[in-house]
Write a protein of this length. Structure first.
Length: 80
């Protein structure tokens, strides 16, 4: 079992939402947690989170098309 300390505004909101759904605040939090977890798992495959996940995406970027030395020089020219 875990005890959470909530500010009054958050506690009132949870109680209000639970009453609206005709469930206990504990069940409301459990339902919301499950929805959050399932949403995170579903979106995990869509958006890369690690730097290594971006490696394949950058090769298709229009910013990296062309001669690498010319791109590097153009980037340096922007700074000066």
């Amino acid at each position: 079992m875990m005890t959470l300390e909530l500010d009054d505004e958050t506690a009132n909101l949870i109680n209000e939402l639970a009453a609206h759904e005709h469930i206990t605040p504990v069940q409301l939090l459990k339902n919301l947690t499950l929805v959050y977890r399932n949403t995170r798992q579903a979106n995990k495959h869509e958006a890369p989170e690690l730097l290594t996940d971006f490696a394949g995406l950058l090769s298709n970027s229009p910013s990296f098309k062309g001669d690498p030395l010319a791109i590097q020089q153009a980037m340096r020219d922007e700074w000066s």
